[in-house]
Design a protein around this ligand. Structure first.
Ligand SMILES: [Zn+2]
Length: 292
């Protein structure tokens, strides 16, 4: 039985879709009211919102590993926020968390359309994803094992995932993506109602997903400076297959950098603005069918 869920916006302060959806829901709580469970709405990083920045001191969505949550010596703004959210929604690892499911709302500058980024392997999470994919056939599912293990905000609870929509610049609203995200949230609430009424079939199901393989950095010089950009033939082509010999990057001197791996893989988060500082230009993933 699902009793409490949380919808979190502005985990990154410059991702406006989640921020304005959260504000809209806080103003109109009846839109989220359902018979069998309660929904909390949270604006996660208000200080970053004020600055229209991803974060103040450190990336909040990498601040939830259990070690950091228990480390009292960590005192940055996001370390503080992470501890507050962990107390409010978790605590993480608890058998009796305050919240059963976290939906974390994000946007991306990559052309990922409407997608789900999931790290959890919990059954309820995957039942919810399967349900949404039946309603939204264009919804893509990317399973990310993460650049920093198990430290996403949605890892506070056993069940949860992030919605990523794009392409949209940071600090910008796009009506089409806002509306699609809102509709997906309503579908998710319907799922919980059905789940609580035992109307979700427990039969084995299968789903096509994109499974994280590796992160790819930009080509760099000996000083670590970027010397090339995502290739025009690669730009905006998230969830498309990349074969050996396909162009990946275009140098400032117009030199082409090609994909050299034998194994064809699918690009995801291609040219995401927030990942320049993390040192990756895209993720590579394999497309596979998983059983739920
Ligand atoms: Zn984000």
């Amino acid at each position: 039985m699902i009793k409490n869920i949380a919808i979190v916006g502005a985990t990154h302060g410059n991702e406006f879709t989640g921020l304005y959806l959260a504000k809209y829901f806080l103003k109109n709580p009846n839109l989220l009211k359902r018979d069998s469970f309660d929904t909390k709405v949270i604006i996660a990083n208000p200080k970053a919102v004020k600055l229209t920045k991803r974060y103040v001191d450190r990336d909040l969505n990498r601040s939830f590993n259990i070690k950091d949550l228990h480390d009292e010596s960590l005192s940055s703004y996001e370390d503080y926020v992470a501890k507050v959210l962990n107390a409010k929604l978790g605590p993480k690892g608890s058998k009796n968390p305050k919240c059963d499911f976290i939906l974390d709302l994000h946007t991306t500058t990559a052309n990922m359309g409407l997608s789900i980024v999931v790290s959890s392997d919990d059954k309820l999470t995957w039942e919810a994803i399967y349900y949404l994919c039946q309603i939204e056939p264009n919804l893509k599912v990317f399973r990310w094992l993460g650049d920093e293990e198990n430290s996403f905000l949605d890892s506070i609870t056993k069940s949860g995932f992030a919605i990523e929509v794009g392409a949209v610049p940071q600090g910008v609203l796009r009506a089409d993506l806002f509306t699609k995200t809102k509709q997906l949230i309503y579908h998710l609430l319907d799922f919980f109602e059905k789940y609580n009424k035992n109307e979700i079939s427990q039969d084995k199901k299968s789903l096509i997903i994109y499974d994280h393989v590796e992160l790819v950095d930009y080509p760099r010089d000996e000083r670590g400076e970027i010397i090339a950009m995502v290739h025009p033939n690669r730009q905006d082509r998230d969830f498309e297959l990349i074969n050996r010999g396909d162009p990946m990057f275009l140098g400032f001197d117009e030199r082409e950098f090609l994909y050299e791996k034998q194994e064809p893989l699918y690009g995801v988060f291609i040219n995401e603005a927030a990942y320049y500082e993390k040192g990756f230009a895209m993720c590579l993933s394999e497309k596979k069918e998983v059983e739920i």
